[in-house]
Ligand binder design. Structure first.
Ligand code: CDP
Length: 229
């Protein structure tokens, strides 16, 4: 048996993956890794370096870049970019950057390595299908697009940014379309994933629902890693 208990959380933009994964991780002593933050970090770097975002070759700069997600912070070459990756400019460009096989190959490798031998909950778009195909539990989170736009609006308000709901909704629709139609590991629901529609659920409800599923797994109770975390 592979060491470590693995949970894969996938789903479209604004379905609550990161918020919920973070909470489940805290309550059950798992390490949380937000893979979307890694794609955002590379997008941020690409914009900083002013490379041609449409040319796959120009992403070779990734050879000299170390990406690391640790304790809910994201680093590139030890620079903490946690706040910088949430900019609108990064959000608008991340689906393009993450569509390149070269970019995905490097990040998927880092993600697989990071999940080795630990108890982990990883969230993204291709976790149950590509990164952790043998995960002990796979969850696919969805919610009606209107509700997801509302959640994003609230997140932004907390940061002091006002944006109208219609433009947020169209941004989400566009990103989902790009993510689910790209050739390389698109956003799809794994055959063996449990689908949870969170439209009418609170964060608490969804967190508890996932915890319930984890506690049903014998392997979770017999896990030997992450002790004392
Ligand atoms: O905005 P939200 O939190 O929903 O998205 P995110 O998890 O931060 O991911 C940002 C973008 O990264 C997605 O829209 C995808 O284009 C890309 N991504 C991906 O391709 N594969 C992953 N495993 C995670 C994110």
């Amino acid at each position: 048996m592979m060491p470590g208990f693995k949970v894969a959380i996938d789903g479209p933009a604004g379905s609550g993956k990161s918020t919920i994964s973070k909470r489940v991780a805290k309550q059950l002593n798992l390490t949380h890794i937000d893979t979307g933050a890694m794609y955002r970090a590379i997008t941020y770097m690409a914009l900083e370096k002013k490379i041609n975002l449409d040319d796959e070759e120009s992403y070779k700069f990734m050879e000299d870049v170390k990406v690391r997600y640790e304790k809910e912070r994201i680093y590139v070459n030890d620079l903490d970019v946690t706040s910088l990756i949430r900019s609108d400019l990064v959000t608008r460009n991340v689906s393009k950057v993450s569509s390149f096989p070269y970019v995905r190959k490097i990040l998927v490798h880092i993600q697989k390595q990071a999940a080795e031998n630990i108890d982990v909950i990883m969230d993204g778009r291709d976790i149950g299908t590509v990164v952790l195909p043998n995960a002990d539990l796979k969850i696919f989170l969805t919610a009606a697009v209107k509700e997801r736009a509302k959640r994003r609006q609230k997140d932004k308000e907390e940061l002091g940014i006002k944006q109208d709901i219609d433009s947020l909704e169209s941004e989400i629709i566009e990103r989902d379309l790009k993510d689910s139609t790209r050739k390389e590991s698109p956003l799809v629901c794994a055959d063996d994933a449990i689908v949870i529609d969170t439209t009418h659920y609170t964060i608490e409800d969804t967190t508890n629902r996932i915890i319930e599923e984890i506690l049903k797994k014998e392997k979770y109770h017999g896990r030997t890693t992450n002790e004392g975390r």
